[in-house]
Design a protein around this ligand. Sequence first.
Ligand SMILES: NC(=O)c1ccc[n+]([C@@H]2O[C@H](COP(=O)([O-])OP(=O)(O)OC[C@H]3O[C@@H](n4cnc5c(N)ncnc54)[C@H](O)[C@@H]3O)[C@@H](O)[C@H]2O)c1
Ligand SMILES: O=C(O)CC[C@@H](O)C(=O)O
Length: 528
Amino acid sequence: MAPRVLISDKLSDAAVQIFKDRGIDVDFQPDLGKDKDKLLSVIDQYDGLAIRSATKVTEKIIAAASRLKVIGRAGIGVDNVDIPKATARGIIVMNTPFGNAITTAEHAIAMMFSLARQIPAADASTQAGKWEKSGFMGVEITSKTLGLIGCGNIGSIVADRAIGLRMKVVAFDPFLTPERASILGVEKVELDELLRRADFITLHTPLTDKTRNIIDAAAIAKMKTGSYLINCARGGLADEQAVREALDSGKLAGAGFDVFVEEPAKQNVLFGAKNFVSTPHLGASTSEAQENVALQVAEQMCDYLLHGAVSNALNMPSISAEEAPKLTPFVRLAEQLGLFAGQLTESGIKTIRLEYAGAVADLNTRALTSAALTGVLTPLLQTVNMVSAPVVARERGIEVEETRREQKGAFETYIRLTVVTENQERSVAGTVFEDGKPRIIQVKGINMEAELGAYMLYITNEDKPGFIGQLGMELGNSGINIATFNLGRTAPGKDAICLVEVDGEVPQEVLERLASVAHVNQVKKLRF
Ligand SMILES: NC(=O)c1ccc[n+]([C@@H]2O[C@H](COP(=O)([O-])OP(=O)(O)OC[C@H]3O[C@@H](n4cnc5c(N)ncnc54)[C@H](O)[C@@H]3O)[C@@H](O)[C@H]2O)c1
Ligand SMILES: O=C(O)CC[C@@H](O)C(=O)O
């Protein structure tokens, strides 16, 4: 069955076409996202949800989204998605980090000109027939200092445009390296210095605990009298009440906001203030940007739903479309190793160790580790997947270790997984042969070569004559057909391990009879 995607916000039609062309069943209901109850009632029918900012993907929506695998945000900010809850449910959240950056940077520059020349107020006055030529004295931008708070994708483009306008640009961004600042032609400064020196300040950070109200009354007090403030990033970066007071007192000569603490902003303390210019979250609203983000999100969601390729996910390492086919058999192997160890683990897990040797070490081992963790945790939790497994492991205090190395041994490439519990340490290793099928090559240090089927028996025993015959007879007498049989031992007459693939479920009473066969130490059924 083709995956089903719901587009619940106003996305460019280009996205719909991409989904259709790639064989995905798509429902385009651009206003559905605003109707929380309706969304809640239909979300369980979809594998993918494509949104902009109007759809709020809350904990409740995520809880009801039993089939959902991916949420695609056509845009940058994902503050309308409960990412921790999505992650816990194994749902990938992806965005399109570059598609609307130029457009948003241009909006910030447009705001700067609007403020410098009071264009909106002058326009309203002129169209009202007032011709107030002396009422709208402006300021020149050339040679003024622009202070960027946040110098990532959008901030850097704003810097580039501002330098083109012959402005001096200073930037406060703790993650901006001096090298990058020098490439961009901006001066990296601390916040206080920026506040003190800038004629125009523009905000380009996400809204976090650190950036909320980064422009508050105390920050405004440090700014130049007659300076300007622009916010085209997120409502809440500036304290709206404090900005209003600064506009009223003339401390700020103007402020331009595209984003508000509460959106849609039908009322706001800033409305009506002198030289306050506002737009209704239009930063990303150009046909070019909307086409870009719609195409990109649709492609990314299709790549994931159809091929498992992951790009621009906020809660999962990237797997390129090119890499996905190479990775797939190793993902299966890693998950099988995890399932194997997870089903044999009965006490609290302290550490899960992954060792990648040979060619597999050059692949995306973060994704493989996620797959292995999924396998280990599935017998305990059932609903865990590659997105949620690393978080679940962390929450449970499980230490995850990963090592990679070149391999010169018998197998060209292999993965070894070790689970350390309070009581013991158990390792299982596997490889992928040329046929693309995963094989188990070592269990607890004992070499063997076993393909895992859906129904397996794991038996540990002493290596004694007659054991195999007795085991086969017991299974045969119970009507259970053996599909494959694999043995390994430490040394003749010593510890041995037997992996038997059977054609169906083995009832409990048969397991008990097998456990009582002479020389058997342990019998456990495993499912893959
Ligand atoms: N108005 C709109 O329609 C619109 C459109 C696109 C993006 N946005 C918003 O614009 C903002 C920036 O987007 P971006 O693509 O440039 O993001 P980005 O992640 O590329 O850049 C953000 C920058 O902020 C910096 N930063 C983080 N914490 C900081 C702090 N405490 N102080 C200073 N800098 C800090 C980061 O180091 C990073 O360089 C986001 O909030 C995004 O949601 C708004
Ligand atoms: O979708 C929009 O119109 C706004 C997008 C913008 O806020 C973003 O973070 O990308």
